[in-house]
Design a binder for this molecule. Structure first.
Ligand code: 5GP
Ligand code: ZN
Length: 112
């Protein structure tokens, strides 16, 4: 999508700190980290949020979770949180599906 921030990051039109990339997904550091480790993993295909996941595109979500597990192993993360906000009330500000991976500090539950 031409007016989507994360599609522009994937296209290289907006710079980002790459953590990982393959044919299906891209991972990069969050610009405003909320933990010592905070990166985002996104599908290269534009999907607005988890609410738009269905049988036609769920394969990339499964793939992203494999990538998250692999990156966490490589980075030696023993405890981490994976978050996806859906909708403005839940805190979504960029409407391109993304999974936050956060680690390196104590975290509370339930979230605020
Ligand atoms: P959301 O609020 O939609 O769950 O998460 C969006 C995330 O994208 C936020 O954590 C925000 O800091 C991050 N973000 C927004 N703009 C940029 C950007 O231009 N570059 C990077 N690397 N992260 C961004
Ligand atoms: Zn997009």
């Amino acid at each position: 999508m031409s007016d989507c921030l994360f599609c522009k990051i994937i296209a290289g039109e907006i710079p980002s700190a790459k953590v990982y990339e393959d044919a299906l997904c891209y991972a990069f550091s969050d610009i405003a980290p909320q933990a010592p480790v905070h990166f985002l993993v996104i599908p290269k295909a534009h999907i607005a949020s988890v609410s738009q996941v269905d049988g036609s595109n769920s394969g990339v979500v499964a793939h992203i979770f494999e990538v998250i597990a692999q990156l966490a192993k490589e980075q030696g993360l023993e405890s981490y949180r994976v978050v996806s906000n859906i909708g403005e009330q839940a805190g979504q500000s960029v409407f391109h599906l993304h999974f936050h991976v956060l680690s390196g500090r104590d975290m509370t539950w339930p979230p605020g």
